[in-house]
Design a protein around this ligand. Structure first.
Ligand code: HEC
Ligand code: HEC
Ligand code: HEC
Ligand code: HEC
Ligand code: HEC
Ligand code: HEC
Ligand code: HEC
Length: 410
């Protein structure tokens, strides 16, 4: 009798447990479905830059050559810049660990060999970086992205260990939502923020493309297609109408250094106030303490040019053109403010004459080694840094000396 009651009690408990778990999983499934639906809905608002090409052809044609457009892409033999030929296809970490890059059919892999035996093989799925300085590579593991251990370093045309790795083989570094927020146009998290690893919708829109700065464009495309005689653009953001702060905030989302998030990634949209999403340090810090990697905003904001004028990034940069290396063109933009008529031209003008107008840049915005884009080349003990253009516009004695030595010595 006692036995029977006990077992009935157990049956009830077990049934109760089963009910609870199935309710719980239904609940989870329901939540997951919902968040996937939300994600899909957001993705459907984007039309992709090729759709803009139909009506804004010249902007599209020049924009595809910018570092923004090329900043992330699906990985294949045409987008991965590193070499796969024997002799150039490996990185030796130490006596026992070597990584080879290998091609197998259409796919590319990084393969770890320990004492000559294959231990791990992961595909190149996504390329991050236009290749101006280098490229890093990501692979999918279910819905999580990880960074591959080898990065390509353009300056020396070599495979090297990925920045931030302390000279050992790591396949398990998860990629954060912030990484995708800065390097893609559309990406979305599909896991709860407290999950062990962040998970992402695979349906990424690559590159920093039109809709990152102009907002999702499907409504604009539909409207303008249905109203071909309409001469004004509707349902699209034009940053030309932004306040100075809105304009700077858009660029500083990605060019403002390491900002601490106060809201989940992907919520800031063009035109928003950055301080509602990130903790913003009050600018005008000592320029020397601001890292030159990725914080053009912080460095510029510390400069007198910025503080004593209404300049934005667009004063010098055209967001639709690749103007890299055109120092004379950039110098012309300095000269719109600094010239003899305004009585604020360079003091060296009288000494150097007209030649000065071709390159204000190397003296007043010299290149400096980045403290965060550093890689360890094979066999090296000290890391190598990529050079970045300082946006702290100032008077640099050493840069001036170098420039004069290079350009005025017979
Ligand atoms: C069917 C043709 C068409 C397509 C496709 C199209 N646009 Fe437009 N767009 C126009 C027209 C027409 C205007 C108004 C004239 C102008 O400013 O060029 C316009 C204006 C704009 C403006 C300025 C709006 C303003 O307020 O001044 C922006 C920005 C813009 N488009 C971006 C885009 C982007 C980004 C895409 C792709 C997602 C796109 N357009 C696709 C036809 C189109
Ligand atoms: C979503 C992030 C994001 C936003 C917003 C953004 N950028 Fe960038 N920008 C990048 C990334 C990432 C790169 C590096 C691309 C690469 O080389 O792979 C870059 C590169 C650049 C470059 C270097 C181009 C070159 O040829 O080397 C300039 C200049 C630039 N951005 C200016 C701007 C300006 C001006 C704005 C605001 C209108 C802006 N960016 C907004 C992410 C962004
Ligand atoms: C990095 C941000 C950024 C990206 C990427 C970008 N734009 Fe723009 N776009 C701007 C800004 C900023 C302006 C306003 C420029 C100004 O102040 O005059 C602008 C202006 C425009 C205009 C208004 C007309 C004009 O020239 O002023 C059109 C149309 C336009 N963009 C289309 C595009 C298309 C199409 C793409 C993709 C092929 C694109 N943009 C990519 C930032 C961007
Ligand atoms: C806060 C925005 C931001 C985040 C987060 C970020 N990047 Fe970048 N990244 C940039 C900008 C901006 C540049 C262009 C260089 C510069 O202006 O500092 C860049 C440059 C690069 C480059 C060199 C591209 C070239 O060819 O010059 C690589 C490679 C790169 N990033 C990889 C990554 C990877 C991988 C992650 C994440 C694991 C990441 N970045 C996270 C903004 C960001
Ligand atoms: C929008 C106008 C504007 C532009 C564009 C501009 N500046 Fe300035 N700059 C100023 C103002 C205003 C000051 C404050 C001193 C003055 O009035 O001359 C200044 C100050 C300077 C100083 C003195 C810095 C110091 O710490 O004493 C230098 C050097 C300088 N600019 C160089 C440049 C160079 C080089 C460029 C182009 C890359 C440039 N500026 C672009 C407005 C501008
Ligand atoms: C006074 C002019 C001026 C202003 C304002 C300006 N830049 Fe630049 N920027 C330059 C020059 C000059 C270069 C170097 C171009 C080259 O050598 O190809 C440059 C290069 C860059 C690069 C490439 C980095 C590198 O090291 O090559 C990025 C990214 C960039 N600027 C972003 C920005 C952002 C974001 C803003 C606004 C916060 C901004 N710039 C404001 C003049 C300016
Ligand atoms: C060879 C290096 C070099 C070049 C090239 C150069 N500058 Fe200078 N510039 C300097 C130095 C050094 C000073 C400080 C001179 C002094 O105080 O006697 C200076 C001073 C200035 C000042 C501050 C003037 C003041 O009243 O204090 C401005 C503004 C300026 N330069 C703008 C420019 C512009 C714009 C260009 C390009 C058209 C340019 N510079 C090209 C080295 C250079």
């Amino acid at each position: 009798m006692v036995k029977k009651i006990l077992s009935r009690k157990w049956v009830l408990i077990i049934m109760g447990l089963i009910l609870c778990t199935s309710l719980f999983t239904m609940c989870i499934n329901h939540q997951e479905k919902n968040s996937e639906q939300v994600v899909q809905k957001q993705r459907e608002l984007f039309s992709g830059s090729t759709s803009c090409a139909n009506c804004h052809k010249s902007i599209y044609d020049s924009h595809i050559h910018t570092a923004h457009h090329l900043s992330s892409r699906p990985a294949d033999t045409s987008t991965v810049m590193g070499k796969f030929e024997t002799g150039h296809n490996k990185f030796v970490f130490d006596l026992s660990n070597t990584i080879l890059v290998e091609r197998s059919g259409d796919r590319l892999y990084q393969v770890l060999y320990v004492n000559g035996t294959e231990k791990k093989r992961r595909p190149f799925d996504i390329v991050i970086g236009s290749g101006t300085r280098g490229q890093s590579y990501l692979y999918w593991w279910k819905d999580t992205l990880f960074q591959l251990p080898l990065t390509y370093f353009t300056a020396t045309n070599q495979w090297c260990n990925s920045p931030g790795y302390p000279g050992r083989v790591v396949f398990g570094r998860p990629v954060t939502s912030r990484c995708l927020e800065c390097h893609t146009t559309y990406a979305q998290s599909i896991a709860a923020p407290d999950a062990q690893f962040e998970k992402f919708d695979h349906n990424i829109i690559y590159g920093v493309d039109c809709e990152k700065c102009h907002g999702s464009g499907i409504q604009h495309v539909q409207f303008q297609t249905q109203h071909p005689n309409e001469k004004t653009g509707k349902y699209i953001i034009n940053p030309a109408s932004f306040t100075r702060k809105q304009s700077l905030d858009l660029c500083a989302l990605c060019h403002g250094g390491r900002l601490a998030k106060t809201k989940p990634s992907f919520e800031f949209h063009s035109g928003d106030t950055l301080a509602n999403y990130f903790q913003i340090d009050n600018v005008a810090k000592e320029a020397v303490n601001i890292d030159v990697h990725g914080n053009q905003y912080g460095m510029l904001a510390a400069s007198r040019c910025f503080k004593e004028s209404g300049m934005t990034c667009m004063t010098c940069h055209n967001p639709h053109e690749n103007e890299k290396g055109k120092k004379e063109l950039f110098s012309q933009r300095c000269i719109t403010c600094h010239n003899v008529e305004h009585n604020n031209f360079c003091k060296l003008n009288s000494r150097l004459g007209n030649s000065i107008t071709k390159n204000c840049i190397d003296c007043h915005m010299p290149e400096q080694p980045s403290r965060s884009i550093t890689v360890l080349l094979e066999g090296a003990i000290e890391p190598t840094s990529a050079n970045m253009r300082s946006h702290f516009i100032s008077i640099y004695k050493d840069a001036t000396k170098n420039y004069l030595n290079k350009n005025l010595r017979p």
